[in-house]
Design a protein around this ligand. Structure first.
Ligand SMILES: Cc1ncc(COP(=O)(O)O)c(C=O)c1O
Length: 401
């Protein structure tokens, strides 16, 4: 990506001058167009056209329209992604749909250390259906071979691990699952928008993700669900009127809509969806491959800065050094990680902490500068040397870390 293109992209975000924002892997920055887009949706559409807006401003199709914007980033064909609910709810729908598509198998296979909520959902489904119909087993990534997946109905896996930032081989693992007769659901929370993804080429069965991280959709922005066209007849396990073939006929029984619309259940937030759409429009000017290349440069710069700094004595890198195994964040472990993370934030380097001892530095190729990577390490070195983090104020834990 040229410097000129990068500066043009960065200029599209509100970024406080006194902060180095390295938490786009948790909450993306605010796109400058979002407030005006929201004002248009609220004041002009809702305020002026009121309920007619469902038709005149096409609010009714917004989950599919935004789904298509997301589809372009993950290699999905038109009309195979719907933006709705949140990642967790979409995962629930995908797992149950997959179990129905693979009725002779009962095991959900997951990675033990992955984002816990994904595993809570799998366990909840097992509890609901009973162990006989659905059980959960865990394997390590390297154990996910065709042999070990022989009893698996569906494999649920994060493309980039939320703690370590390691990137998984979607093509190979999906092929292993398919060779074993299993379906695969990928959680794209930490990879969409920063890693090349080809859900079509990898024949991914289902994928789920959220839009508030690297897609910059805003706090609590909706999630999304991709369903491979070969499963277009799959059932939504939470059937609702918004996924009905004729929603305004109010028929007494459910008939699913054709295509991805059937995975809608109830009414979605038009306001939230318009914010997501504004964030995604920024991606029209740049390819994911260019973003991936820049993301790798940023994380490489950060890793090299650590290697070249005194901080290397205190920290251990838990993110793979290899490019093919690295997402868009670098995670380190160190003693006193929590107070150090708070001191970093106090010094304007916005990061986050994950128990028990991890600090995550997330890099968004849309707006992070190379100098952010080097400056963050300098600030970390200063905090460690001065022992600033020992001040009691950095011990206070809020709910969100
Ligand atoms: C990897 C991963 N999966 C799932 C989730 C849950 O997403 P949501 O709360 O939007 O359902 C998150 C949230 O941060 C996540 O990072």
């Amino acid at each position: 990506m040229s410097d000129a293109l990068f500066e043009k992209l960065r200029a599209q975000f509100h970024l406080p001058d006194d902060k180095i924002y390295l938490d786009g892997n948790s909450l993306g920055a605010l796109p400058r167009t979002t407030p005006a887009t929201l004002a248009e949706t609220v004041e002009n559409q809702w305020g002026t056209d009121l309920i007619a807006s469902w038709n005149t401003h096409d609010w009714i199709d917004l989950p599919l329209v935004v789904g298509n914007q997301i589809g372009k980033l993950i290699g999905a064909p038109e009309d195979t992604v719907v933006c709705c609910d949140n990642l967790s709810i979409n995962l629930y729908k995908a797992i149950l749909a997959a179990l129905e598509l693979n009725p002779s198998r009962s095991a959900i296979c997951a990675e033990e250390q992955q984002f816990p909520s994904d595993n809570y959902i799998a366990a909840g489904i097992s509890q609901l259906l009973g162990e006989g119909r659905c059980s959960v087993k865990t394997l390590r990534i390297e154990e996910m071979t065709p042999q070990n997946l022989g009893d698996t109905a569906v494999l649920v896996l994060s493309h980039v691990d939320y703690k370590t930032g390691s990137l998984r081989d979607m093509a190979q693992i999906s092929a292993n699952a398919h060779a074993a007769g299993a379906l695969v659901i990928w959680d794209l929370a930490h990879s969409a928008g920063v890693v090349d993804i080809d859900v079509t080429g990898c024949e991914v069965d289902f994928a789920v993700g959220c839009t508030y991280k690297f897609l910059n959709g805003g706090p609590g922005a909706p999630g999304y669900l991709f369903v491979h066209p070969k499963h277009s007849s799959a059932s939504n396990p939470i059937p609702g009127w918004m996924g009905h073939a004729a929603m305004f006929d109010f028929e007494s029984s459910y008939r699913p809509a054709q295509g991805i619309r059937r995975f809608l259940t109830g009414t979605q937030s038009v306001i939230a969806l318009s914010a997501v759409s504004a964030g995604l429009a920024i991606f029209d000017a740049v390819s994911v491959s260019a973003l991936r290349a820049r993301s790798l440069l940023l994380t490489q710069q950060f890793i090299e800065s650590i290697d070249g700094s005194v901080v290397k004595e205190n920290v251990a890198l838990i993110t793979p050094r290899s490019e093919v195994a690295r997402g868009s964040q670098v995670s380190i472990t160190l003693e006193d990680a929590f107070p150090i993370s708070q001191a970093l934030i106090d010094n304007g380097v916005i990061v986050d902490f994950r128990a028990p001892n991890i600090i995550r530095f997330g890099f968004s190729p849309l707006y992070n500068r190379m100098s952010d990577a080097t400056a963050a390490v300098k600030v970390l070195a200063h905090i460690l040397k001065s022992k600033q983090y020992e001040h009691p104020r950095y011990q206070k834990r809020s709910i969100v870390t």
